[in-house]
Design a protein around this ligand. Structure first.
Ligand code: GDP
Ligand code: GDP
Length: 437
């Protein structure tokens, strides 16, 4: 079993403060000032060379209309099902409360290791209060006084927590799983798309009890394939003013883009490709991301058999040289082609990771070069001898030749086109480099 720590406890004891302290902060969004908050309740942490995941179970169940009792049960159930170690947080300021006892009762059923963290042990007096929690009767050898706000006491606690893990854990348990980001202007239909997609065959691996609307980084399974969807939907709902909305959707887009393998740029069919969309697309290309365009709200377009092609042609013209970007026409409302859209994103991911054998490359491309060799430069003949794909994360091809410096952009375009004709690199930026041989 993976190393997972679940934090449980009644509201306001400091669970989310502790969570934020434990998980890598770099991914958290700190934009509370604007009122745009997207709490994360699942993250990765590390202590003493062991990697583990942390779930703030409280984050998943508060804010509902549920009565406390039900809430407690839900938190504890989530923790027991998902975690290998349970961190039960109580509060030295308030001391032992009835709700704490109810948590203890619910937790008693499990054989998973439980640690009691007595939070807000800000000073000596409060630290002594921690002893009061032995009365919970959980059979723990020790209560750990901590201060989540300053971090004091957390090291001792973690030493014990990680000693329960038999394995080192994975640095990033999501490594190797496609990360797909859905970007686009507010109102193009990102949330609707997600809901349409996941409402059907839905299986969330890590976010079981979570509200999908709030998950910014959620692992899903569709047709037996794992993937991680990051979306920027939902931000709008919490932003206060319009300027914030635009600003934060751009900011989030940038971060999400950096953290993904494939970017789906969602465009509103009724508006066509707008300048922001084009900016996003160039940014994705610059960052070597897999890329596709999803023209949503296709149901709103009055169309005949020529409309789609006309739309495509128009977009292609705006995309200039980047005609390798696939375009799909969808409706999140009627669910038209929404699963094909995900399949296309997965295909783009495959293309991005494609490795082509040197022999195959040379068999296909050398004849194309012979047919149309690089133009001589200042009377010097340029001879490309062979081609090989470099072992890089994104497709890069090295063309070995006598005079690499004399090959110009138009010839590179010729080569790229031949490469794309012979091998499927739909949706993926490819790079050609020339090396001296
Ligand atoms: P949650 O509802 O259990 O997730 O609790 P929060 O993490 O939201 O914390 C509730 C309040 O307690 C916030 O105002 C925190 O700043 C405060 N708090 C959290 N940890 C500490 C601590 O170690 N000492 C003190 N004095 N306050 C804390
Ligand atoms: P987001 O801001 O990108 O997440 O956009 P939403 O998913 O919240 O959608 C914005 C509005 O567009 C909502 O009123 C949706 O019902 C509507 N909408 C989304 N997708 C479609 C679609 O494919 N067709 C139509 N006609 N409306 C849609």
């Amino acid at each position: 079993m993976a190393n997972i720590v679940a934090i449980v406890g009644r509201p306001n004891v400091g669970k989310s403060t502790l969570f934020n302290r434990l998980v890598e902060e770099r991914k958290a969004i700190e934009d509370n000032l604007s009122g745009v908050t997207r709490d994360r309740h699942y993250g990765h942490a590390q202590w003493s060379g062991k990697f583990f995941s942390v779930i703030d179970t409280g984050g998943y169940v508060t804010g509902s209309d549920d009565v406390f009792e039900k809430e407690i049960r839900k938190q504890v159930k989530l923790a027991i099902e998902e975690a290998s170690v349970i961190l039960f947080v109580v509060d030295c300021h308030d001391g032992l409360t009835g709700l704490d006892k109810e948590f203890a009762n619910e937790l008693r059923g499990t054989d998973k290791p439980i640690f009691i963290a007595a939070n807000k042990a800000d000073n000596m007096e409060k630290m002594l209060m921690a002893n009061e929690f032995y009365a919970l009767g959980m059979g723990v050898e020790q209560i750990y006084p901590i201060t989540a706000t300053s971090g004091s006491g957390i090291g001792d606690l973690l030493d014990q927590v990680v000693s329960c893990f038999s394995e080192e854990g994975e640095e990033d348990p999501d490594a190797g799983i496609p990360k797909i980001a859905i970007l686009g202007r507010p109102n193009v239909g990102k949330s609707s798309f997600l809901n349409a997609l996941l409402g059907n065959e839905r299986s969330i691996v890590t976010d079981e009890a979570g509200t999908t609307r709030d998950a910014i980084h959620t692992r899903y399974k569709l047709y037996n394939k794992d993937f991680i969807l990051t979306d920027t939907a939902g931000i709008r709902k919490k932003a206060k003013v319009k300027e914030d909305i635009e600003f934060y959707s751009v900011m989030r887009s940038l971060r999400t883009l950096e953290d993904s393998d494939v970017v789906i740029v969602m465009v509103d069919a009724t508006r066509g490709l707008e300048s922001q969309d084009v900016n996003l697309i160039s940014l994705a290309i610059k960052n070597n991301k897999g890329l596709m365009i999803m023209v949503n709200k296709w149901d709103l377009i009055e169309k005949d058999h020529k409309t789609m092609q006309a739309f495509k042609d128009d977009m292609m013209e705006k995309l200039g040289e980047n005609k390798w970007i696939p375009i799909i026409f969808t409706s999140a409302l009627t669910k038209q082609r929404i699963f094909q859209a995900m399949e296309l994103a997965m295909a783009v991911y495959e293309n991005k990771n494609k490795k082509i054998a040197t022999s195959k490359l040379n068999d296909k491309i050398l004849p194309e070069i012979e047919k149309y060799p690089p133009p001589a430069y200042k009377g010097k003949y340029i001879k490309i001898k062979y081609i090989t794909q470099l072992p890089t994360k994104n497709p890069v091809f090295a063309f070995f030749c006598n005079l690499p410096q004399y090959i110009k952009a138009p010839y590179t375009r010729y080569l790229e086109n031949r490469m794309r004709e012979n091998f499927d690199f739909q949706g993926v930026p490819i790079k050609l480099v020339y090396k001296k041989k």
